[in-house]
Write a protein that binds this ligand. Structure first.
Ligand SMILES: Nc1nc2c(c(=O)[nH]1)N[C@H]1C(S)=C(S)[C@@H](COP(=O)(O)O)O[C@H]1N2
Ligand SMILES: [Mo]
Length: 418
């Protein structure tokens, strides 16, 4: 069956019509030694590493925000999510120039004739179509997302998540299908492994190209320098959004760590959330449901024992920044309301709409003495845009789950993190 198909696809296919033997289809159209198995495999290895790290850190972020029963995300170290999400966005951004470099090494293959010489080749070429499509989609939607432009509403997280699986699956198929080429491409130049599995005349050709490349390393160095510069430029102009020492050179970062009210960026302002009236209303109360329900004014909250902690806000969009927060330990309030100190609760905002008005605080976080209903930032009452009068701040937690303008705490699960 396979061999019959292979014959149809390969041997029986006539050569390209003369009309097609022009431009990129003429033989020898791509003379650069950089369109080589070696360059493709080496660039691919870097891209494969970047994709895998990006996928795993993205999966982590998804699990933290949609935790299945078996998944436990710790409350410490407090900086862990900051590192995983910063790495997710940084590897995703670095993958853009890397993917372009990789496509450049292999694009002459698009003009190969016949288009597929075997069933395995046909499947492999189709998988590349899926791979390039999914990778492009991930890098573009990710880029649009960190620029805080959501032309497709809530669809983003779902699409980005599922396309991530398609992309990593296509990477696995691609690596499997290309295993011999990859092994040869990564083998040391001139080594026996560099010609393994090749027909004698192909092996001779590889040795010839290897020798030529040794004679003239200039194109390879130019390629590596160009790709490296592209990656460095993208990384250095954005990574300061989570690595504050590099903030001054982060020309392309949408947010910078110390820019905003109280030296902290704002993701969703009070105006946009529609809380400018309710947040400053003297009728404001914090309700804590439980066997002994609490109904507290801001003055009541200020009169309770306070704790000060230094914790970052880490937006899923890639920026992060530390703040010094002062407020009431959440577990203390639960205890006062007659609830266990490790009871999972929902924290609800004054905001009436939007996706982030409710979040769940699960066990490791609810019982952490660093999880606060914060009243102050840097020793001053919270800015309205940072969640005045009360916001949730918990260690090692995505920004979307650090609910602002909190008005109700209740046992149970709901919203983000449920
Ligand atoms: N009620 C409410 N809380 C919210 C949000 C929101 O839209 N509504 N945005 C969240 C997001 S995405 C982030 S990153 C943090 C940012 O906090 P900051 O604006 O004080 O820096 O707030 C979170 N809390
Ligand atoms: Mo965010």
């Amino acid at each position: 069956m396979t061999s019959a198909l292979d014959r149809v696809l390969g041997a029986r296919l006539p050569g390209p019509p003369d009309a097609l033997r022009r431009g990129p289809f003429r033989s020898g159209a791509f003379a650069s030694p950089l369109h080589s198995e070696r360059r493709a495999a080496r660039t691919g290895a870097f891209l494969g590493i970047a994709f895998t790290v990006c996928f795993l850190t993205g999966l982590t972020s998804h699990l933290v925000q949609n935790p299945p029963g078996w998944f436990m995300w710790p409350a410490s170290p407090v900086w862990l999510y900051r590192v995983t999400q910063g790495t997710h966005v940084a590897t995703g951004l670095a993958s853009i120039p890397l993917l372009l470099a990789k496509l450049w090494t292999v694009y002459p293959k698009l003009f190969e004739w016949p288009p597929a010489q075997s069933l395995a080749r046909a499947v492999s070429r189709l998988s590349i179509l899926v791979l390039v499509g999914a990778a492009t989609m991930q890098l573009l939607t990710g880029l649009i997302n960190i620029s805080e432009w959501y032309p497709f509403g809530f669809f983003f997280t779902v699409a980005h998540y599922w396309t991530g699986w398609i992309a990593i699956g296509a990477v696995a198929v691609h690596v499997g299908a290309k295993a011999p080429e990859i092994r040869r491409g990564l083998a040391r130049r001139g080594s026996a492994a560099a010609t393994v599995g090749l027909a004698p005349e192909q092996a001779a050709e590889v040795r010839h190209v290897d020798a030529a490349a040794e004679d003239n390393p200039v194109p390879r160095r130019a390629f590596v320098a160009a790709a490296g510069l592209g990656i460095a430029a993208v990384t250095l102009s954005t990574v300061g959004q989570s690595l504050s020492p590099l903030a001054p050179i982060s020309l392309l970062a949408p947010r910078l760590p110390h820019v905003g009210p109280q030296d902290l960026p704002v993701r969703q302002a009070a105006e946009g959330a529609g809380v400018t009236g309710t947040a400053v209303d003297p009728a404001y109360r914090l309700i804590v449901e439980g066997p002994t329900p609490l109904e507290l004014t801001l003055a009541d909250l200020q009169a309770l024992p306070q704790r000060t902690v230094r914790l970052p806000i880490t937006c899923v969009e890639g920026w992060s920044a530390s703040g010094t927060w002062t407020g009431v330990v959440l577990a203390d309030l639960l205890e006062q309301a007659g609830l266990p100190r490790d009871m999972p609760v929902t924290v609800e905002s004054l905001q009436t709409g939007g996706l982030y008005r409710i979040s769940t605080v699960n066990r490791p976080h609810v019982s952490s003495s660093r999880t606060l209903l914060a009243l102050q930032l840097e020793g001053k009452p919270l800015d309205l845009d940072h969640g005045y009068p009360v916001r949730l701040v918990a260690p090692n937690r995505p920004g979307v789950m650090q609910t602002k303008w909190v008005t109700r705490v209740a046992p149970g699960r709901g919203g983000i993190g449920a």
